[in-house]
Design a protein around this ligand. Structure first.
Ligand code: 5GP
Length: 203
């Protein structure tokens, strides 16, 4: 059995990563979406254990110390991290896993899991990004500005990713993701067991 594919999805806040990942899960139910831990307060409608594990800074720090995160980062004054156990379990069981995380965390994943696939989600334009961020209505104007500034820094890291998916339309963006996943699974280096079987029959 091959190990599951680890798919890391980044992109500025408001680019639509969350919407794409949810829609992708509906189309491909065999993918596990990792639930992150954060010290940020829940937004209206967010559910603990589903949207995030909402935890205190103290709990977050003790998880860092016990090696409980694959990666973690401070983003716009809140901490975010990927809990290790579930992700390792799912990959070992051959299930694909998505991490929807920001750029600093993605780079930590890249050094620990060089076989992972890195996708950057692009909003159609910066104006559209600003509209989406302010249209959410869940953040104060200064937070929107800070997130936009961070977005510009995130764009400057785009070349560290393997793929760019333009989110001009959610359905099209999800299809682009599905194509990436299918192509990646057919890479020779991910099909060691198949190659070994073929070679055995040739010898
Ligand atoms: P938000 O506060 O809008 O939910 O998320 C802010 C940013 O943190 C987003 O770019 C999101 O992808 C990222 N993020 C969410 N979970 C994690 C995580 O576990 N690790 C890291 N490094 N970033 C995360």
């Amino acid at each position: 059995m091959n190990r599951g594919l680890l798919l890391v999805v980044s992109g500025p806040s408001g680019a639509g990563k969350g919407t794409i990942c949810k829609a992708l899960m509906q189309k491909k139910s065999d993918i596990h979406l990792s639930v992150s831990a954060t010290t940020r307060s829940p937004r209206p409608g967010e559910v603990d254990g589903e949207s995030y594990y909402f935890i205190s800074e103290e709990t977050f720090r003790s998880m860092i110390e016990s090696g409980g995160f694959i990666e973690w980062a401070c983003f716009c004054q809140n901490y975010y991290g990927t809990p290790r156990e579930k992700v390792e379990e799912q990959l070992a069981a051959g299930h694909d896993v998505i991490l929807e995380i920001e750029v600093q965390g993605a780079m930590q994943v890249r050094s620990k899991f060089p076989e992972a696939v890195f996708v950057f989600v692009m909003p159609p334009s910066l104006d559209e990004l600003r509209n989406r961020l302010s249209g959410r209505g869940t953040e104060q104007p200064e937070v929107v500005e800070e997130r936009l500034k961070t977005a510009l820094w995130e764009f400057s890291n785009i070349e560290k990713y393997n793929y760019i998916v333009l989110n001009d339309d959610v359905d099209k963006a999800v299809d682009r993701f599905i194509h990436i996943i299918e192509a990646e699974k057919q890479r020779t280096e991910r099909n060691g067991a198949l190659i070994a079987t073929v070679k055995e029959r040739i010898d």
